[in-house]
Design a protein around this ligand. Structure first.
Ligand code: PLP
Length: 457
């Protein structure tokens, strides 16, 4: 089938690709690629090109491609029981085992796991449960959700609203009412260049406090954030940011949703970003790394405080009116169980921590002095290089120049290495599979230096 000469034509005629320039794709003006197979950190297309995937798909194939332990588990589960639902108390060995494995690894005070299919639907679940929670507590006005500019939480109606990136709002009539955005914790892009990191954190806290005062704490239900901003630019928080933000939230009885779709299960070199930064979440969102994307599965890990109220709600109102046909799908759950076992058996989380430090250090050594490299940053196996027009005065390139996309395209064309041009700003993102080796990291760095040279001199 992959030899079919018509695939390219069929693709352009029939396939609605997400996050794609639809008109260019349909006209054949933009490149397309048919992926055929993959192993370790490499993917291979149908024309035989082997590409080093330094973004692990969409930062999700954490265990690396082609892990037989996971594909065998999927096949065995499909043979034994391909599907049964999880409504009204039904379960499977895989889904029950996985929920226990998640809670055994989750931060303290977490109580139950609700399974969905992707990060977006998990965050939709979270917001519904938070609204339910406040209704059960007799606080129907306490419904607004605070997110951050540059946060990424999905592309559904509520979750696309929570996402703080213009592309996800423009022409979609988003954000919906009840969703507010506060300051992104992005020190490199601070408005006042004279601000110290501590002053910038104080500014983030003041902006949040002012928003809460303006709106009224009794109207605000929750705050949602990724431990490290992901799609918004791969930005670790400035020192002291999370403790200071948490203090404000606690003071105003505002729940904290920690979106660990990217950071969950080891990407920062810790099991959860919540552990990494001392976050006390009321709900943790998980997806990608839960199955390393071998099957679509997400989860909402619900804290004990919320859970107690949900129980009270069903005692008062009957079964909770929330469920997906494919919640806790047994094939996906089996993939999750096998994936977590592989990550641990091969000590991949520690490799992510060590190789992440190595990759960031090597990128900084190789590019830190380049006149157009403004920032090299990262945490664990998640790092980024940000490009600027003028380093001394931190002047950014005009977006029309598309420097980030040009560099990622050059990287691919010259060296067959994939890094992601992040959608807002000239930022090249790296998030390889956890099995990355030093030699592969060296290839990525050398290729990046070459691509930067080709575009920026
Ligand atoms: N939350 C975060 C932090 C993400 O990075 C993503 C996707 O990249 C999502 C949620 C949405 O997940 P999905 O694309 O599986 O719906």
């Amino acid at each position: 089938m992959l030899k079919n000469d018509l695939l390219d034509q069929w693709d352009r005629e029939n396939f609605f690709h997400p996050s794609t320039h639809l008109a260019q794709h349909a006209r054949g003006d933009s490149p397309s690629r048919v992926i055929k197979t993959a192993s370790g950190v490499y993917i291979e297309d149908r024309d035989g090109h082997k590409l080093l995937d330094a973004f692990a798909g969409l930062y999700c194939v954490n265990a690396g491609y082609g892990r037989q332990e996971i594909t065998d588990a999927i096949a065995a589960q499909a043979k034994e029981l391909a599907y049964y639902h999880s409504y009204v108390g039904h379960g499977t060995e895989a889904s029950i085992t996985l929920s226990k494995m998640i809670l055994d690894r989750a931060p303290a005070n977490m109580s139950k796991v609700y399974f969905g299919l992707g990060g977006s639907d998990a965050n939709e679940t979270n917001i519904k449960l938070i609204w339910y929670y406040n209704n059960i507590l007799g606080r129907p006005e306490k419904k607004k959700i605070i997110s951050r500019w540059r946060g990424y939480h999905g592309s559904g109606l509520v979750t696309g609203s929570l996402t703080g990136l213009e592309l996800f709002h423009k022409k979609f009539d988003l954000p919906l009412a009840n969703v507010l955005h506060t300051q992104a914790p992005y020190y490199f892009r601070r408005e006042d260049l004279g601000q110290s990191e501590a002053e910038f954190v104080a500014h983030c806290v003041t902006s949040l406090e002012e928003m809460i005062a303006r709106e009224g704490a009794d109207t605000i239900a929750a705050f949602i954030g990724e431990p490290v901003l992901g799609t918004g630019g791969i930005v670790p928080p400035p020192a002291g940011y999370w403790p200071a933000i948490q203090e404000v939230l606690k003071k105003h009885d505002i729940l904290l949703v920690v979106d660990e779709v990217v950071t969950g299960f080891g990407r920062l070199g810790s099991m959860f970003g919540s552990d990494h930064y001392g976050l006390e979440a009321d709900i943790i969102t998980i997806a990608k790394g839960l199955t390393s994307a071998y099957a679509p599965l997400s989860g909402s890990i619900i804290g004990e405080k919320l859970w107690k109220v949900l129980e009270q709600g069903t005692d008062e109102n009957g079964p909770i009116g929330h469920g997906w046909t494919y919640s806790a799908h047994p094939i996906c759950a089996a993939a999750g169980v096998a994936n977590l076992k592989v990550i641990e058996a091969l000590d991949l989380m520690n490799n992510a921590r060590d190789l992440g430090a190595y990759l960031k250090g090597a990128l900084a050594d190789a590019l830190g002095d380049h006149p157009h490299v403004g920032d090299v940053r990262g945490e664990g196996l998640l790092c980024a290089v940000e490009f600027v027009k003028d380093k001394d005065d931190r002047i950014f390139f005009d977006t029309s120049e598309k420097i980030g996309p040009q560099i990622s395209a050059a990287l691919l064309a010259q060296s067959q290495v994939i890094a992601r041009a992040m959608p807002q700003g000239d930022i090249l993102g790296f998030a390889p599979p956890f099995c990355l080796t030093h030699a592969e990291a060296d290839i990525v760095v050398a290729a990046t230096v070459q691509a930067v040279g080709a575009v920026l001199g």
